[in-house]
Structures are given as structure tokens and as C-alpha cells.
Design a protein around this ligand. Sequence first.
Ligand code: ADE
Length: 396
Amino acid sequence: MPADGTARIEWAERRMPVLRSIRERVAAEQPLGGVRVGACLHVTAETGALVRTLRAGGAEVALCAANPLSTQDDVARSLRAEGIEVLAERGQDVAAYRRGIQTVAASGVNVLVDDGADLIAIAHDADGVIGGLEETTTGLLHLRRMQLGCPILAVNDAQTERAFNDRHGTGQSALDGILRATNLLLAGQTLVVLGFGWTGKGIADRARGAGAAVVVCEVDPMRALEARMEGFEVMTALEAAARGDVFVTVTGAPGVLRREHFERMKDGAVLANAGHFDVEIDLEALRGVADAPPRDVLPLVEEYDLGGRRLNLIARGRVVNLAAAEGHPAAVMDVSFALQALCVEELVRSGAALGPGVHPVPVAIDNEVARLKLAALGVEIDTLTDEQVTYRRAFA
Ligand code: ADE
């Protein structure tokens, strides 16, 4: 029997103690009264927990999808039943998905909460917009090149976000998506990670822990050196193409795996993308080198036949942790969405003073989230003694 969306949201909420503590406080203080939040997020149970928190603080929320394949329909239905506008459906076509974003953008929103910057890109200069948040590297790259009409807090760059979301969240859930889609045994396989940012590191560590031989491809010399020093094999993508059994792109750049790589890959190789957009595996080139249109071999796997060598693409190259699994676990989104809830409050309180452009998340908010998470985990930490504070100051 399909799970009911409300039960699924509650399951997530039980694993989101930091967000729960924020909800209790904002329910009492009502800092978001009269504020309309437009959110373009993956419509998951964890997002449901965020939306409920913003509402508890007094906000009205309109939600659209950050990806046509990531919506959990039962969650969307339950949120609608609670009176929240949700313009998302799993598998919706690109036109409907874009319409959802446009509808939210044009609905008189004051604060924009985004995952990929599609909403901010069209609503940043709309009347009444106080500011926004962006939680992806790719989205921020795009926004930093724009002449923005409002302040944007770069939640993606916050320390708590990087450590939790990218390393632990995508690190685990990208592998989860690959395993759910293929039921592969990682032990004994050669897994190639293309990109050694926080997410790439998370994937590489976990794949190694599961018994895979891990190869890293990275264009940044410092990161490549770091990968080598951590004991991974480092090589060019062209060299890795002939070696890998499983390939995961996570760079934020387009065309990371392309014709010259497909031509060298082994029969049976599995290709997945864990970057935000479906541009990292060049699908046009893949179709171009294949003898025929792809064949569905499993619900989320398409097989491309290259003269008897079969390449298996997961979820059409869309972000694998959401398209083939359930995204980051709730314990990870607890940190991410706690940060975002506090940032929405910050924009409402002092967005006007920030001015248009991309701004870092205030360190105090980052630290507050870490402090709350430690408290929720029952972990106590030391504080500096007076003597240590004086000593540090002398060298500051
Ligand atoms: N991004 C990655 N995982 C997610 C999740 N579980 N919910 C919302 N957004 C996400």
C-alpha cells in the first residue's frame, strides 16, 4: 500500500529536531506574519517539514518543484490538503514544471527559497520581493553573474550546509540512488567520481567504504592533490573511461562525460549524474554514438548499445539521489532547512539593509545551527577558558 504523505512528513520530522525546535520558537513569536514565501524545492517529506515550519511562523507558502522527477506525490497531496499551494507532480513535463515556477514567481511573493536558482532568476526584481536564498553551487554561479534586484543569502556556502548536505547528504544518497536503480554490488567494482568537491569527496569515501576501488577525476590541482593524498587514484577522464564500472559526475559543468569517453567505456558500464542539472553527461553525444535508441532495461535504467558494448544510464542523467532515491536523509535536511528557516527570518528582519547581490550567511546563524544540532544529538562541547581567550586575542 502506498504510504500516506502525512505519515511520511511526520517520519521525517521525527528526525529533524533542530527544525522542530525552531518551529516551536517561531510559532510563539510569529516573525513571518504577513510574509509570502515562494519556494522552488524538491517536494519531499523534508521539504514538507520546512514548509510547515514557515507556516507555523506566520508565513503563507507557495511551493513548486526544483526538478520534474523529484516530487513525492503523496507529500504534495498532503500539503495541499493542509492548504498549501503546491504546483508539482512527479514526472510532469518540462512545460508544466516551468509553469509551476512562473506561477509562484508571479504570485506576490516576498521571500524566495530556491534550489537551482530558477525561481530567483525570474522573480528577484519583482515588486515586494525582500530577498532570497539559494542552496546549490550551480545556482549561485548563475546568480553571481546576474544584476540582482534583491539580496540573496548563499546558503549553499554556509559551513553547516557543506559539511552536512554535500558530504553526508549527497555522498550517501547518490550511492543509494545508484544501488536502488541497479542493485549493483559496489565491492570489487571500479567507481569513477568526476569532481572532488564536498559532494565528490562524500561519494568517494562511501564507495571506498563499500569495497569499491575509487578513481577520482578533477580539474582543480589542489583538489586533485588532496584526492591523491587521501589514497584515491587520480587520472584524466579519458584514462578513467576505460577503467570504470560505474561513473558518477558531480562537477557542476556540462559535457563532463562525452563522446570520446563513451567510445572507450567497457561493456556494462553504469553512468549516473549527481550534479544539480542534467548537463554533465552529454546525452546528445550518447545518442549519437549508439546504434539505436536506448532500451529500458530496468525502471530507471536505459541501455545504449554501442556496437555490442552496452552503457547503462540511470534516470536519464538527472540528479541521481533525488531521481532514483529519496534525496538527503531527514537528519541532513534538518541542518539544511534549519539554516534556511533562520535565513528567511533574517531576510524579513534585515533584508532591506543588505542591498542587492549575493551575501554570505551570517556566521552567527551558521554557528547557531551547529549549536542546535549538537544539543539535539546530546553532545556537549568545551568553551575556551579566560586565559585561552586572552592568549588568542594577543595573536589575533
Ligand atoms: N535536496 C536533496 N535532498 C533533499 C530532500 N530530501 N528534500 C529536499 N531537498 C533535497
